[in-house]
Design a protein around this ligand. Sequence first.
Ligand SMILES: [Zn+2]
Length: 149
Amino acid sequence: MEFRSFMQQALDEARAAGARGEVPVGAVVVSPAGVVVASAGNRTRELNDPTAHAEVLALRAACAQAGSERLPGHDLYVTLEPCPMCASAISQARIARLYYGASDPKSGGVAQGPRVFSHPQCHHTPEVYDGIAGGAAEALLKEFFAQRR
Ligand SMILES: [Zn+2]
């Protein structure tokens, strides 16, 4: 199958999150057949829920739809490097491939900080592809935080 990036859709979710006053991060879950089964942006403020990151919301929706706590063979696209909580959730969900945009030196948990997937206690490690449309994702975040100052 030809590689098709779903990062543009994740960026759309990130933009929508920013417009709601949330940190602009978006995520998309894609089935093994290449179909988008869930997409979400951050909703921590709206839901008063510190766990309502884009990745967690997208995984919850995809799992609910699949009627399963696991999503083998599924891919997850997210505009920003997942934090340790989301990286752990991605592992628990058995996501096959993780594509992310901007790296997150402050809160990332994949390529820096806790490096969740590198731990022996991490029972499932997805293939990781970083820097997918990273410039666009980073620009969104910079713009968002510049407006808040
Ligand atoms: Zn997170």
